[in-house]
Design a protein around this ligand. Structure first.
Ligand code: 5RP
Length: 236
């Protein structure tokens, strides 16, 4: 398993598991299910595995090598985007969620596959503990996946937008490599007042493969806090 260090708030594992459990009701027999990445999504995959053992028939599309390995170890049948381009429901975690259900994702390094899977998903369910809810995105460093060749140029451009930028490294000190063999720049903006504008600016930079702003994608966000699950939906 790939390891890297990034400062993450201590979160309550019981809350993560509760949010994951609450998301199970969105998964129906016969569906194709996107499998997110990260510690909260791992709870979902484990719980889904239990349902599969009890007879639920689903096919999973993992958003990372490690989620695929976990799902396989639990007996969840897998498929691919080559075989199936429409995903019924995806359940994934997030690093930050704002009141408009805009997300920062990619703390776990899987934002590219996560966004591709999300883009092919009819119903996108985000599961989090309460620490991830913020009034304005940006406290969590925004992950931006870049091709290696472009990293210095992209870094300079993002710094010019006002962020402190750090190349993500693994615990061995070497640059962290994504499942697609790219680098990740962790970009500290402090606050992102206009996430849509920043998303466009980043997408317009040659060498940026994808960024961790997920805007207009989440269908529902399940936030576990204490013994409560709060269900957030976007205003239509
Ligand atoms: C991985 C992600 C994760 O969903 C995000 O980092 C949240 O992870 P965790 O549930 O471990 O807090 O975007 O790329």
């Amino acid at each position: 398993m790939k390891q890297f260090s990034i400062a993450k708030p201590m979160a309550n594992d019981q809350e993560k598991e509760a949010a994951a459990r609450a998301s199970l009701r969105f998964v129906k027999d016969g569906q194709v299910v996107g499998l997110g990445t990260g510690s909260t999504a791992a709870y979902f995959i484990q719980l889904l595995g239990e349902q599969v053992k009890k007879g639920l028939r689903v096919r999973g599309i993992p958003t990372s090598v490690r989620s695929g390995e976990l799902a396989s170890s639990l007996g969840i049948p897998l498929t691919t985007l080559d075989e199936c381009q429409e995903i019924d429901v995806t359940v994934d975690g997030a690093d930050e969620v704002d009141p408009e259900l805009r997300l920062i994702k990619g703390g776990g390094g899987a934002l590219l596959r996560e966004k591709i899977v999300a883009s092919a998903t009819k119903y996108y369910v985000i599961i989090t503990d309460a620490t991830k809810r913020v009034p304005v995105l940006g406290k969590f460093p925004l992950p931006v996946e870049v091709i290696k060749f472009a990293q210095a140029v992209v870094r300079k451009k993002i710094e010019a937008l006002g962020a402190e930028v750090e190349l993500r490294r693994g615990v061995d000190g070497n640059p962290y490599l994504t499942d697609e063999n790219n680098y990740i720049l962790d970009c500290r903006f402090g606050q992102i007042p206009d996430a849509g504008k920043l998303a466009r600016q980043l997408s317009d930079m040659p060498g940026v493969v994808e960024h961790g702003l997920f805007i207009g994608m989440a269908s529902v966000v399940l936030v576990a806090g204490g013994s409560e699950i709060v269900e957030l939906r976007r205003a239509e």
